[in-house]
Design a protein around this ligand. Sequence first.
Ligand code: SF4
Length: 415
Amino acid sequence: MASQTILQKLEILADAAKYDASCASSGTAKKSSLGSAKGIGSTEGMGICHAYAPDGRCISLLKILLTNHCVFDCHYCVNRKSSNVARARFTPQEVVDLTLAFYRRNYIEGLFLSSGIVKNSNHTMEQIVEVARILREEHDFRGYIHLKTIPEAEAEIVHQAGLYADRVSINVELPTDAGLTRLAPDKDARQIEGAMGKVRSDLAEAKDAKKRFRHAPRFAPAGQSTQMIVGADAATDADIVGKASRLYDNFRLRRVYYSAFSPIPDASAVLPLKRPPLIREHRLYQSDWLMRFYGYKPAEVMQATEADGNLPLDIDPKLAWALKFRDSFPVDVNRATKEQLLRVPGLGVKAVHKILASRRHRTLRLDDVARLTLSITKVRPFICTVDWRPLTLTDRADLRSLLAPKTEQLELFAA
Ligand code: SF4
């Protein structure tokens, strides 16, 4: 370990962080200075990910672990103590130096920092907080900081994290308590939710204080989020949707991230051998959007699942719901409420707003709607316009096969 260079540690700890989806990350290969005299500048394989800032901007983050040593033994995790992987550990100062070096070179706009648990939860959490403290207090770092917090750590240390970070997150890990007990034997569902509840009340108090005192300390202004692993246990999509909805309600989460379980090197025997299809993760994100932006209740999203409790993979959940509840269609584009229009497969939120704005001045025709959507074929069975009625199309027995995408390519949500 003593002989590891910063670059070697970065390779190990950026790679180990890639399994965490809760910064909405995606890989990048923007720039590389590998092979030149200055090696640390590479963004390839070095943990640069993308996330969305509270104001909607897409920003690049350095996504790394403080260490991949861990005293816990979560079966689904490549860093668990029984896993035979190369280990590394940064000091807080090394993470600070890396963050500043990347930041000054314009490679990143912030830091996403997580960690395995080394020694104990409090010690690890203190080290994570120390990184953020040095960045904020000693370097006046104004970039975005997302800290993964450890539910087993004392609440006061987690609170400190929120004082320095823009966003904090606590992974709920698995959709059911039974799954957590089986696959993460050192973790406790009540402790995780207790920690999320404490962050929620800290957020509310900080918001309240800000209203009363201009200089009240900020606390995680970008809120808290969580991540659930999909496909590592027997939980169905209905279970996952139900859990996500309770988390949104109980803890006012900004986001629930879904991470399709991916087989890891040196995998535990209790895990499935195969990863779930990636499209399953995509369908769960679509169902999440239905609840957050389209006015669907969790029970309604669950109605879109099939007999096995999972969302169909060949069509999106909004179309699945519409096909099951055809008596709610067709809706008249020129008279329907916003809520009714949002239920039309193929009409996104922006398209619905444009329809509502345009119809104040004129009566809409099918061509007008077609200009607002990528696929009028998907929309037609579910709407009426002044020049279009679907007649028997809405009730055709083969409508699903007519509308299902012909390839396995991911489609844009509600396009
Ligand atoms: S606590 Fe569990 S999930 Fe987190 S790093 Fe350790 S083994 Fe992995």
